[in-house]
Each structure stands twice: as C-alpha cells, then as structure tokens.
Design a protein around this ligand. Structure first.
Ligand code: SF4
Length: 96
C-alpha cells in the first residue's frame, strides 16, 4: 500500500510525465481498499473495475515502467504483472 486514504484514487501518486490517464481512472471513484487489499484478500472487484477503465493500458504501462510491486494496476495483480515481465502477455493484453 502506498498510503492512500479510502477517498483518494489509489494511483494518484503516479509520477510519469503524461498523467492524463489518471483523469480516466475509475478507481478514483472507489477508493484504495479494492486495489491494495490485505494479503490474501480477493482482487476480483478491483480487476472488474479495471476492465471498464479507459485508462487501463496506460495504467499498466506506468506500473510496469515504474516497477510498481503492490496492488492492482491496469487490471493485473502483483503476480500477473510479474508474469507479464517474464513472459507472454496475459489474455486481453496481447498487442498492447
Ligand atoms: S486500470 Fe484500474 S487501477 Fe488503473 S486507473 Fe483504471 S481503475 Fe485504476
């Protein structure tokens, strides 16, 4: 967790130059609890929100570029992002 209150978008701490994707962030409407759950908790709700987010691809790119290790970014969990770094893209991200 990166110290966000439940009323802030989970990823407002992003520091890349083009932050226009943050304006599209659906997580800004839900709070951080879904996106930075306690260890062992489900991330299913967060991933469902991400599927409808227009900033998803940029969010994931930011997380991969900046080696974000915790939470759901761009619809992928920590483990899924780690797998993406090491191998083929997961379903839905082919060609992104
Ligand atoms: S893809 Fe998910 S985590 Fe990223 S900005 Fe959108 S809702 Fe938030």
């Amino acid at each position: 967790m990166i110290g966000k209150s439940s009323t802030q978008a989970p990823h407002t701490g992003a520091t890349d130059r083009d932050q226009s994707w943050l304006e599209l962030a659906l997580c800004a409407q839900t709070g951080s609890a879904f996106f930075f759950p306690e260890p062992g908790s489900s991330v299913r709700e967060a991933k469902q929100i991400c599927l409808a987010c227009e900033g998803r691809a940029a969010c994931l790119e930011y997380a991969l570029t900046n080696d974000e290790r915790f939470g759901v970014w761009g619809g992928l969990s920590e483990k899924e992002r780690d797998r993406l770094r090491r191998g083929p893209a997961p379903r839905g991200y082919e060609g992104t």
